[in-house]
Design a protein around this ligand. Structure first.
Ligand SMILES: [Zn+2]
Length: 409
């Protein structure tokens, strides 16, 4: 692994930038070796056709969302804010917190605040770089550990299910997940057992929108979910994580699930015994929890390995999570194997971009380690032909929220 330190690269690249000015510093003289590495990095991006990107919290810091592990990151902030309840900020992202009523209150308060912070965040130049790669047909997939949905906001597809129109013949019985059509009887029945099969109803003929798993459809896999929705702990109904719900979260108590409450009322009306009622929690995956769609994620990453990726860029992560470590190592092996076979000039590199150096053991995984904030590194890559930002996202490109940069995760 060779190291490219951005401090050694002149800021005066004589290249017009289209990526804002976040992180600019005064000019410094070129260092020959660093410049050579930078050119190698540029060639790798230019030459690649099937890039895999794996990201962590470091890519969102310039949008105003703190990372996790840096000295001024979320874990430290949580310790300072809740000194009596939180000895380690990581505890607030661990599923075992639900066994401690004090921690539950802190968790809800924190998640309400985090949701509000995330909802105001703008996409960064790094998010736009990933989207640019997709628009140029170079991105196989992005895997992100972030729960801020900025990939979704920049226009990368994050859903696992592709909507398709299909014809449904008259009187065919199909499943429905519409809550609004709940009958009193079925709702009361659903409260009886979680293993109850999905409610069914008769359909009239016509075109219906259903979903299917298409392995090329998802462009950004959110490995830990996101803060766009909350989910019931009992019936697993999802609701949008609205500002109003965030305010309830900030009060420190879990809001009850509307559907469970409805079932409770109906059961009471028909004289049935009461059953457990759920509360709402953020639809994210905590430590010591399994992603509910882990099988799909596994299938997608296996599929990507078979598609022979020719560039791996890992950005803004301290590589501490075991699942991520495994994924990065597998992808790296695959990129190198593929490049050895194809021998296409410039391609086949494995690159880490992060402010902090990776721990020991990663020297053989990456060809190049770029030390620096990802937005600055992205600025030095070849200008891409199209700007992808929408008017809302364009606001983000001025970097106005992004002066605070710190290390990944
Ligand atoms: Zn519920």
């Amino acid at each position: 692994m060779r190291r490219l330190d951005l401090c050694e690269i002149s800021r005066n690249t004589n290249r017009p930038t289209t990526r804002g000015t976040a992180g600019r510093t005064s000019s410094q003289p070129h260092n020959g070796e660093s410049l050579e590495l930078l050119q190698e990095l540029q060639r790798a991006v230019q030459a690649c056709q099937r890039c895999i990107i794996i990201t962590g919290a470091g890519i969102s810091v310039s949008s105003g969302i703190p990372d996790f592990r840096s000295p001024d990151g979320l874990f430290q902030q949580l310790k300072q804010k809740y000194p009596n309840a939180v000895s380690n900020g990581k505890d607030l992202f661990d599923a075992t917190l639900f066994t401690d009523p004090g921690m539950i209150s802190v968790f809800y308060n924190f998640m309400g605040e985090l949701r509000n912070l995330v909802s105001q965040a703008n996409c960064t130049p790094t998010h736009r770089f990933i989207k640019d790669l997709e628009e140029r047909g170079k991105l196989l997939r992005c895997y992100t550990q972030n729960i801020d949905s900025l990939e979704k906001r920049i226009g990368l597809e994050t859903s696992f299910e592709k909507p398709v129109d299909c014809f449904v013949p008259a009187k065919e019985t199909v499943c429905s997940d519409s809550m609004s059509e709940n009958s009193a009887g079925s709702a009361a029945k659903q409260g009886e057992a979680s293993s109850e099969p999905a409610r069914q109803r008769k359909n009239t003929s016509g075109r219906r929108r259903q979903t299917t798993l298409d392995k090329t459809f998802t462009r950004a896999v959110q490995l830990h979910g996101d803060l766009d929705n909350v989910i019931c702990t009992i019936c697993h109904t999802r609701y949008p994580f609205t500002k109003q719900l965030a305010e309830e979260f900030c009060e420190g108590a879990p809001p009850p699930c509307p559907r469970c409450k409805e079932i409770e009322v109906i059961r009471d009306l028909v004289g049935k015994r009461s059953v457990a009622s759920g509360v709402l929690r953020p639809d994210i995956v905590l430590y010591n929890e399994t992603h509910p769609q882990s099988e799909i994620i596994g299938a997608l990453s296996e599929y990507d390995l078979k598609r022979r990726p020719d560039l791996l860029i890992v950005i803004g992560t301290s590589l501490k999570i075991p699942g991520i470590k495994r994924m990065v190592k597998e992808m790296s092996r695959c990129v190198r194997d593929c490049s050895a076979k194809t021998k296409r000039a410039g391609a086949g590199k494995t690159i880490l971009i992060n402010r902090d150096e990776p721990p020991r053991g990663w020297e053989d995984v990456f060809d190049i380690y770029v030390s620096g904030e990802s937005d600055r590194v992205i600025e030095l890559l070849p200008a891409l032909p199209t700007e992808c930002a929408t008017s809302e996202q364009e606001t983000a490109s001025d970097g106005s929220k992004g002066s605070k940069i710190s290390s990944a995760e």
